[in-house]
Design a protein around this ligand. Structure first.
Ligand SMILES: Cc1ncc(COP(=O)(O)O)c(C=O)c1O
Length: 439
């Protein structure tokens, strides 16, 4: 399918009818930016219910890593579904879950023997990480970063600090959770320049949080996104992760990499943290791991994941069909898609930097692989956030047949399927260029 191809006004009549039904019965908490109603998809192209074709640079929030309905993933799902759909890996054994544990033992971004806990989503992968960190260290404290997103169940929500609306009305949050500035280098929280950065943003953690709020020997874990996702696709200075690793090691605090959005090849390496040359103690994965089937994975050093039977489990977690989809996904990532994300991502980034030259509103273009953020500002000097303009650009992209999402207050995120071709990347960038031109 060649995209984009827009044949009807948007939304078309069939889409409109579905949206009207949705408005009556579906939770009002969802955040729909524009009226796309999916009918089918293949690769990086999706078709809506009115037959309009869109180029997909959203991938269901960075999920469809191998593209929509990759034939090998679908075949693996069908094969497993014909054998059995569920047997609960909590109480029984089945080979697909063991195979996936072995795969993570091989690919997880730290050395040594590992074990994996399986759940159904990113938030559950983080809940497992929080519980395991507490259990393993016999400490209660958790540290997270401002602007981060780790999920919406009550444990992970206490870590999440992306937007106040995500927390508003749900407090009080889990006690013992503390936040500290992230290395948001475009808006350095301590007003310094990248050229001379020693990750001074971590001074706040080391000299304030761990001095005035909680003793380091009561902190179980630090949860960090290697590249911040919902917060705006923010790439930290490399020193940030290095210094954080040294600090956590010094105090016996577990370093937990939340790779839910940045993992599974998206950044051009299997895990985002691998760009920074540090090894965490634990990694949490979901989204792209099973190409769209629900699965969360929490992988830790074997000596850390040593909790007794009954201490943590999930009826559906590690569902055999999801495990089969994940095995096929990992195979495709290793075979070519991690590399494609690196190559096409670098190509797209170069093209976007050219677009940046043309539009003063583009303050920053950043990312790794096919995890790319475009931050819009009203003024490049004051960096005043262009939030309404960002929303308009996202809508203008949609009108032209390109699906993108916002991230943070004023960034556009590009998180396409990792099968994106250079030709498709060029089309996407041209549409973004045109959409910026409408402002
Ligand atoms: C970094 C990160 N962690 C955790 C989550 C939560 O994942 P889920 O929505 O599957 O619960 C998300 C979701 O966007 C995420 O981006």
């Amino acid at each position: 399918m060649d995209a984009p191809l827009i044949k009807t006004p948007l939304p078309g009549p069939k889409a409109k009818a579905i949206i009207e039904r949705d408005a009556k019965v579906v939770s009002t908490s969802y955040t729909r930016g524009y009226p796309f109603v999916m009918a089918r998809g293949t690769g990086a192209v999706v078709e809506d219910v009115d037959g309009n074709l869109f180029l997909d640079c959203a991938a269901g929030i960075a999920v469809n890593s191998t593209g929509h309905s990759h034939p090998l993933v679908v075949a693996a799902i069908v094969e497993q579904a014909q054998k059995f759909l569920h047997m609960s890996g909590t109480d029984f054994y089945y080979e697909p879950q063991v195979a996936l544990g072995e795969a993570f033992n091989e690919i997880a971004p730290f050395s040594g023997q590992k074990r994996s806990f399986f759940s159904n989503s990113g938030t559950e992968a983080i809940e497992a990480a929080i519980k395991l960190a507490r259990y393993s260290t016999k400490r209660y404290g958790m540290i997270a970063f401002l602007g981060s997103f780790h999920g919406r169940t009550l444990g992970s929500l206490a870590l999440t600090s992306s937007k106040a609306i995500q927390r508003k009305g749900f407090g009080p949050m889990q006690a013992g959770t503390f936040h500290t500035p992230y290395a948001t280098c475009y808006r350095c929280p301590v007003g310094l320049k990248p050229e001379t950065c020693h990750a001074e943003c971590l001074d706040f953690l080391e000299q304030q949080v761990l001095v005035h709020l909680i003793s380091p020997d009561e902190v179980a874990g630090v949860v960090v996104e290697s590249i911040q996702g919902e917060g705006g696709y923010v790439v930290p200075a490399p020193q940030f992760h290095e210094r954080l690793r040294a600090l956590t090691k010094k105090h016996g605090i577990l370093l937990i990499a939340d790779e839910v959005q940045s993992g599974m090849g998206r950044t051009g390496k299997m895990f985002g943290i691998q760009h920074f040359g540090v090894e965490p103690d634990m990694v949490a994965v979901a989204k792209g791991v099973a190409s769209g089937l629900p699965l969360g994975v929490t992988t830790a050093r074997a000596e850390v994941m040593d909790w007794p039977p009954g201490s943590h489990a999930s009826t559906f977690g590690g569902n055999p069909v999801s495990c089969a989809a994940a095995m096929a996904t990992i195979g495709l990532l290793k075979e070519s898609l991690v590399k494609n994300a690196a190559d096409v991502g670098a190509f797209m980034m170069d093209r976007l930097k050219e677009v940046q030259q043309k539009h003063a509103i583009v303050g920053d273009v950043r990312g790794r692989g096919l995890m790319i953020g475009i931050e819009l500002v009203k003024d490049r000097v004051t960096k005043e956030r262009a939030t309404a303009e960002r929303d308009k650009v996202v809508e203008a992209c949609f009108a032209r047949g390109l699906l993108v999402l916002g991230a943070g207050k004023n960034a556009i995120r590009l998180s396409p399927p990792l099968v994106l071709t250079k030709a498709q990347a060029t089309t996407a960038v041209d549409i973004i260029d045109q959409a910026l031109g409408t402002l």
